[in-house]
Design a protein around this ligand. Structure first.
Ligand code: G
Ligand code: G
Ligand code: MN
Ligand code: NA
Length: 255
């Protein structure tokens, strides 16, 4: 439709921006990373949510160019923050990558070029893929292995929601599990959410993966999630997705 057509020119027209949501260590609440999230300022529709346009971009193939822009911009920004703020020396940045983008020819080379051009150390970039984006095909496997060979982190996003099998954890070279926020939303000590969150955390520990819990909004959720062994947290309690100017205030407070 019309909106899909508009995606074709949006990168060059400068209509996309990135916001950054803090990721904190649950031990000391220090901000150790950010997740880059794209926003589209459409010339007539105004702000269009990624939940709306990312699926269209995937279907039409525009995601390859849009995702390449987001990756480069996020790495450029975090490399800059790293240079400008002593406390941001080891800040990591999570960048969401769609399945179609992951499988597109030259993706790993593009990531390598971005790291080279921006000077961001590879272990400070975390590529976030969902379970459904990682198909059991040669293109996906080759790309994921290529990314890990570059020294990046690889996070399974929205973990626990897709109809995928745990076998993925044996075949995909993951470094990080991001527990989907649906498990955190209504978590109580006695509920099923806590049981699943606990099992995921145990699995992450046993497999030597980092663990991040998403969607933490209250102190109670933070306490409970921390008691289950999660290392990192993300959610409105620690910060909303913020424009760069507001991230700077947080970076200044780091030491
Ligand atoms: O920021 P928000 O909660 O509105 O994001 C909605 C969805 O869009 C999330 O699932 C998020 O992962 C996805 N998303 C945000 N930015 C990007 C991006 O740069 N690339 C891809 N592929 N997905 C993104
Ligand atoms: O799918 P992904 O994990 O990339 O999506 C991140 C999305 O989750 C962003 O759109 C962000 O706005 C949203 N989000 C982040 N923290 C919270 C939270 O604490 N509560 C809710 N409801 N949404 C959140
Ligand atoms: Mn994500
Ligand atoms: Na998620």
């Amino acid at each position: 439709a019309e909106i899909t057509r508009d995606l074709a020119t949006a990168v060059d027209a400068g209509e996309f921006t990135l916001v950054y949501q803090p990721i904190v260590s649950l031990d000391d609440l220090r901000m150790t990373g950010v997740e880059a999230l794209i926003r589209w300022n459409h010339p007539t529709r105004g702000l269009v949510s990624p939940a709306e346009f990312i699926p269209l971009a995937e279907r039409s193939g525009h995601i390859v160019a849009i995702g390449a822009w987001a990756l480069r911009e996020a790495c450029r920004q975090v490399a800059r923050w790293r240079a400008d703020f002593p406390g941001a020396y080891d800040l990591t940045v999570g960048v969401n990558v769609a399945g179609r983008q992951l499988r597109s020819p030259g993706f790993v080379d593009e990531v390598a070029a971005v790291l080279r051009d921006t000077g961001l150390p590879p272990n400070q970039l975390s590529i976030e893929v969902t379970e459904t984006a990682v198909l059991d095909d040669e293109e996906s496997s080759a790309a994921l292995l290529g990314l890990r060979a570059l020294g990046l982190r690889l996070a399974l996003d929205d973990f626990g929601t897709a109809a995928s099998s745990l076998g993925l954890l044996l075949t995909v070279p993951v470094t990080t599990l991001k527990l989907d926020r649906s498990f955190v939303e209504s978590i109580t000590t006695v509920g099923r959410q806590a049981a699943v969150a606990n099992a995921v955390s145990q699995m992450a520990t046993a497999l030597d993966f980092s663990s991040v819990a998403e969607g933490i909004e209250t102190e109670e959720q933070r306490e409970l999630i921390r008691s289950l062994g999660y290392e990192y947290g993300q959610g409105y309690l620690f910060g909303r997705p913020l424009p760069p100017s507001q991230v700077v205030a947080r970076l200044e407070a780091l030491d």
